[in-house]
Design a protein around this ligand. Sequence first.
Ligand SMILES: Cc1cc2nc3c(=O)[nH]c(=O)nc-3n(C[C@H](O)[C@H](O)[C@H](O)COP(=O)(O)O)c2cc1C
Length: 235
Amino acid sequence: MSVTPNSFVTYHPEHLSTEETLQRAQEFYQFMDKRRTVRDFSDMPVAKEVVEQLLLTASTAPSGAHKQPWTFCVISDPVLKKQVRAAAEKEEFDSYNGRMTQEWLEDLAPLGTDWQKPFLETAPYLIVVFKKAYDLKDDGSKRNNYYVSESVGIACGFLIAAIHQAGLVTLTHTPSPMNFLTKLLKRPENERPFLLLPVGYPAAEVKVPNLKRKILEEVTSWYGPKSENNAAKPL
Ligand SMILES: Cc1cc2nc3c(=O)[nH]c(=O)nc-3n(C[C@H](O)[C@H](O)[C@H](O)COP(=O)(O)O)c2cc1C
């Protein structure tokens, strides 16, 4: 096996004052806190160059052994979008009418979702994210990827943040099982569908569920020195 010699370059991070660090952290939180999942899209076009930049951002994500085990398939063809909608709605109909547990349906009720997915045709782009279970080399041999789901999940997080930053909206859609996307998009054997993200502008006067996010104390446990007030408390 050939080993690439290590090569390092100097990294130049920004040097911020304590105040600037806090300000940046606060501003980014406030910006991200405004992001919402939107399920009603406008058909207003979005330039392909914008989507290219969003995908470049997604692809800056860290990944296990820097394998970048993702492929972003971008659908704008109306015929293909119609096929994706039909196939997704078929799976979603079965899910909402038997496959989902009562508990799951109760948890979904506040979101007002059902099996119908018109946004799959309305949104100008559908980004279908595939994870690469392994790499396929040109000679057909396989090469491992590592922490694939973690890596692709982080890339999707970057993508969702980039969409928000660009003033666009998306919906993290999982019309399970998603194998129909492998077939419709003729993806190779090493790729598995991961998420389906419609991207575009929101419909006029769009409404979203009135959700509250967990407060900090509900999602954190601190393990500072015992002398600090915020030392870990038993649950
Ligand atoms: C992995 C994942 C799968 C999701 N699948 C769906 C889905 O199939 N359909 C849907 O309408 N929303 C889906 N959502 C969106 C969630 O319902 C939404 O993120 C949640 O209600 C919080 O709302 P917010 O994104 O506006 O904060 C999914 C979100 C995640 C992270």
